[in-house]
Design a protein. Structure first.
Length: 64
């Protein structure tokens, strides 16, 4: 499950209703914006671990 929220002081305001009972323990994985390089590296490691290869010409002209 992925949800979005915003930190306000020591609290995190969640933008949507959760179907989780009150008192249920949860774990959070925090991702913040501006971590493009780290996310790209993780994506590349995942592809490598699964033996997936993307030919470089697939992205020709993408930045244009």
């Amino acid at each position: 499950m992925q949800i979005k929220g915003i930190k306000k002081g020591r609290n995190i305001e969640i933008f949507e209703d959760l179907d989780i009972p009150d008192g249920q323990e949860i774990r959070l994985s925090i991702e913040t914006g501006g971590e493009f390089w780290q996310r790209l590296q993780a994506f590349r490691r995942e592809l490598d671990s699964e033996g997936i290869w993307i030919e470089s010409d697939v992205f020709d002209g993408v930045r244009d």
